[in-house]
Design a protein around this ligand. Structure first.
Ligand code: GLU
Length: 483
């Protein structure tokens, strides 16, 4: 089946700035963005900062930073829901004038008491519409007396239905929907009122958001209808679960997109990983660049079932991207981490660019994250090397190690030139002379040179370190072994 999209296509991401940009929000933003980019639509950003007590500027900044890092650029000026209060009220007033809503004077204490009574009887509480039956002069009288009231939407009989882009037909019997409040007694709008007013104003034609909003949608549809506005298409993306099948939470790993950035995940890998939470391009295609994701994205590939957030898969994906991207795109993503780790300055790296690019090329194929690259890069900066005690215990345990290293040092020092082929010849002849397999020599030597038993090929290591540092490190190893 091919699903039809509205034209013009205008989508939005509408986060509440009450925390960081979390994985679920980023996935919603990305799917909206991909849809807009694929079909020539417009991607809007609206900060839903009406909850004054919980919204912070810091969180708004974290949302901007997270979206920018992921490359999810928005098309028109960002809007702030809190700035639209006058319009929200005017729309609520229009609904009151049209008779779609009524004033409710019941106090929170009264409602609470009735709720408790209903529960004691074993009934589900639903507002009984008593204020909708007040006589007009009584209403006038109470308004004139300054009694506090909220505005409630009078939910009609029947049912509310829509063709969800993900779930297909969804039907809610209206009898299950209480006459909901749209404006509080202090004149501030309830979420559903503010969202509908803003989406109409922004001419949003497709509302794509998390499944957790499904129960709001019938109320919003009732509001659109009462305001005489055309309905957008709705799309509800499936929940994200941990590998244990439970709703995603802190215990499944970091929730903030920014944390993954700091853990060395590349933005394109994060995008690729997030895109596949609730979407499949078909076949067994998984690893994609942003451009490929745009090309393949389609509402037909949106999935209904909950998707699984698997950190191992994210790391794997990152390793794929680390290797797939052109090296000159990977370099700027790694360099800040190299500089932050104090390994070198930007200037030094720029001055030694050819050497540095060779190092990155050799390390990225062995890494899953930027942090892996930094960790493995450490031995190539500075003179001294930190010896890994496990590597030492394992690779230097043979009593013949000092002699082997000493022979290797002599052979390397005597090499006519410091080139991979000459060094290889020199070392292989040492191994042969001792009747050893090359590995028996290379492993202890690798520990001497890098401090660790994993590294690129030994000749690459020797070339990266250069003559002086290589010989110096073998000397240090011999001193350590002589203790
Ligand atoms: N501000 C709402 C939230 O963060 C989203 C509203 C919507 O997408 O309709 O959950």
């Amino acid at each position: 089946m091919s699903k039809t999209l509205p034209a013009p296509l205008r989508v939005r991401f509408a986060p509440s700035p009450t925390g960081y940009l979390h994985v679920g929000g980023a996935r919603t933003a990305l799917h909206n963005w991909l849809l807009a980019r694929k079909y020539g639509g417009t991607f809007l950003l609206r900060i839903e900062d009406t909850d004054r007590a919980r919204s912070t500027d810091e969180s708004t900044r974290a949302i901007f930073e997270g979206l920018e890092w992921l490359g999810l650029t928005w098309d028109e000026e960002v809007t702030y829901q809190g700035a639209n209060l006058a319009r929200h009220r005017a729309d609520a007033q229009r609904l009151l004038d049209a008779g779609a809503v009524y004033r409710c004077f019941c106090t929170p204490a009264e409602l609470e008491q009735r709720r408790a009574e209903a529960e004691a009887r074993g009934d589900a509480f639903k507002y009984d519409r008593r204020c909708d039956r007040l006589a007009p002069d009584e209403i006038q009288h109470r308004v004139a007396a300054g009694d506090a009231f909220v505005l409630r939407f009078r939910v009609p009989d029947g049912s509310t239905e829509w063709d969800d882009l993900v779930h297909e037909r969804i039907t809610f019997p209206n009898k299950d929907i209480e006459d909901f409040v749209i404006l509080r007694s202090d004149g501030t709008p309830i979420y559903n009122m503010a969202v509908v007013s803003d989406d109409i104003d922004a001419r949003v034609t497709l509302v794509m958001r998390g499944d957790d909003h499904i129960s709001n949608t019938p109320k919003q549809i009732l509001l659109y209808n009462a305001l005489g506005a055309p309905l957008p298409v709705f799309a509800h993306l499936p929940m994200i679960h941990g590998t244990d099948g439970k709703k995603l939470s802190k215990r499944h790993g970091a929730m903030a997109v920014g944390d993954y950035r700091h853990e060395g995940i590349l933005p394109s890998a994060m995008d690729n990983f997030l895109a596949l939470l609730g979407w499949s391009p078909g076949g067994d295609i998984e690893v994609m660049t942003m451009q490929e994701m745009i090309e393949r994205f389609s509402p037909d590939g949106l999935l209904k079932k909950a998707s699984v957030f698997d950190l191992k898969k994210l790391e794997w994906m990152n390793g794929q991207h680390l290797n797939m991207l052109p090296l000159d795109q990977v370099e700027p993503l790694i360099t800040p981490a190299i500089v932050d780790a104090g390994l070198a300055t930007r200037e030094w790296l720029a001055a030694n660019r050819a050497w540095y690019m060779t190092l990155l090329e050799l390390l990225r194929v062995r890494s899953r994250t930027v942090s892996d690259v930094v960790r493995q890069a450490t031995p190539y900066f500075g003179d001294a090397v930190e010896l890994d005690s496990d590597a030492v215990a394992k690779q230097w345990k043979d009593p013949v190690t000092p002699e082997l290293l000493s022979d290797a040092r002599d052979a390397l020092a005597a090499a006519s030139e410091w080139s991979a082929s000459t060094l290889e010849e020199a070392l292989r002849s040492v191994a042969e002379r001792r009747g050893l397999g090359a590995g028996k020599l290379f492993q202890p030597l690798r520990v001497a040179l890098t401090g660790s038993s994993v590294s690129p090929g030994i000749f690459d290591v020797l070339m990266l370190l250069g003559r002086e540092r290589s010989l110096g490190r073998i000397d240090t190893a011999l001193q350590v072994l002589a203790r």
